[in-house]
Design a protein around this ligand. Structure first.
Ligand code: NAI
Length: 392
């Protein structure tokens, strides 16, 4: 059980780029990072494309107005001059800015917490990896759903062999909130998502399925994806050549197979993400709309439901429990658990404790690069007419 006590000497001084007043994701970052007040404290921001709105938002968050900057370059420069300058920065901007802001942040000597999908090209990921190593800094990725404690439970059951050999990984992140084409012109947050110059090679494959793909990696760390076959469509035609729906088949190195359905035109569906892991003896099934329960199905036995907060869970899962069984938690706890780990790994990196850095389980730079590989392989497969391609 975790009740917010400090895990590091003092909270990191933290800044944010993007995530302003109108953003979809900014509040999730602030809630996750500052839930406990012992990991991160928000000190500075370049929240917005609009400098005035940035200042106004900072005032409304009771921040020091002088530390609400017109852009990230000014922020990095000004903060570097202060004794109490920021040590970590979040990148919560549209996708096309992730790479340049991350690079500038590392060059300014900051740890980075970047939104998904990380960057557009694997080469950019490799370059950032080299830079982060040179600077001795961490780059983490906010796959925000991956802090739910039952995912740790699933990982423990998979890696301890409770399911037998993993044969099938069945994934889905399919909602209907992109059904209305009007949103593509009216919503600031949707406009860039359907513009290839700002979103990259894919829409829902990057926006949605990278989350679920990472969560499958978290649960099944030994499954290495080898090939994908992807068929993608733009049912709202104006989104072409991007997709608003995609089906992906997967082949893993050890012979396991999988499939992913990602969509924003799954009209009326409110069930969001589904993950089913099928082993030779038993299966696990979880859905993010009911994150407090995981189904455990052993062939030939009655189904069991494993609940959050219970003593029978693996210690790794119990470590993330905050309120105790019966008392509702949710997505914010997932983000908080992620940020808790980011703080621990960043503090370990700063004191040169590579053993801890290696052992903390969190979405790291490699997982971010895996997300880029996933998107690019799926897009390549689809654009070649839905053929098998290697994930590289
Ligand atoms: P949005 O369009 O709603 O908000 C973007 C924010 O960034 C706005 O505040 C905008 O003013 C600001 N911005 C844009 N350019 C900027 C610049 N040059 N400097 C400073 N600020 C700038 O986008 P949304 O939905 O919040 O997505 C942002 C990122 O978060 C994307 O990469 C997206 O994929 C990711 N995301 C992640 C989620 C998760 O669960 N991890 C959920 C939603 C989005």
């Amino acid at each position: 059980m975790y009740i917010g006590e400090k895990l590091i000497d003092r909270p990191f001084r933290w800044g944010i780029v993007g995530g302003g007043k109108t953003s979809q994701v900014g509040y999730k970052h602030r809630l996750g990072a500052m839930r406990d007040n012992t990991s991160f404290v928000l000190k500075a921001a370049a929240f917005d494309v609009d400098a005035e709105r940035c200042k106004e938002f900072g005032r409304n968050l009771c921040m020091d107005e002088d530390r609400c900057y017109p852009d990230y370059k000014t922020m990095f420069e000004a903060e570097a001059k202060r004794e109490d300058g920021i040590e970590v920065v979040d990148v919560a901007t549209p996708n096309f800015l992730h790479y340049e802001v991350t690079k500038a942040a590392l060059e300014a000597g900051l740890h980075v917490i970047c939104e998904k999908p990380l960057f557009f090209e694997v080469e950019q990921g490799e370059e950032i990896k080299k830079l982060a190593e040179e600077k001795g800094k961490i780059v983490a990725v906010t796959y925000g759903f991956s802090g739910f404690e039952l995912l740790q439970q699933m990982r423990a059951m998979v890696t301890s062999g409770k399911l037998g050999k993993i044969n099938m990984i069945d994934l889905r992140y399919a909602h209907g909130f992109g059904c209305d084409p009007e949103g593509d012109v009216k919503s600031e947050g949707q406009k860039w998502r359907v513009d290839p110059s700002k979103v990259g090679k894919a829409f829902v494959l990057g926006d949605l399925s990278t989350h679920t793909y990472y969560m499958s990696q978290l649960i099944c760390p030994d499954q290495k994806l080898k090939q994908v076959l992807c068929d993608r469509q733009a049912f709202v035609g104006s989104r072409y050549p991007l997709e608003d729906n995609a089906y992906v088949l997967m082949r893993y190195e050890d012979g396991a197979v999988g499939r992913m359905w990602c969509s924003c035109v799954n009209a009326g569906d409110m069930s969001s993400q589904h993950i089913r892991i099928v082993g030779s003896k038993a299966s696990l099934e979880w859905n993010d709309m009911h994150p407090d329960v995981v189904k455990y199905q052993v062939q030939g036995q009655p189904e069991q439901l494993l609940y959050r907060g219970m003593d029978y869970l693996d210690p790794m899962a119990q470590e993330d429990e905050r309120l105790g069984a019966l008392h509702y938690t949710g997505l914010i706890e997932s983000w908080s658990n992620l940020y808790k780990r980011f703080a621990v790994v960043m503090a370990a990196k700063d004191r040169g404790d590579e053993e801890t850095v290696k052992n903390v389980i969190y979405p790291d730079l490699e997982h971010g690069i895996d997300g880029i590989k996933w998107i690019n392989a799926c897009a390549e497969s689809a654009d070649k007419g839905a053929v098998w391609v290697d994930v590289k």
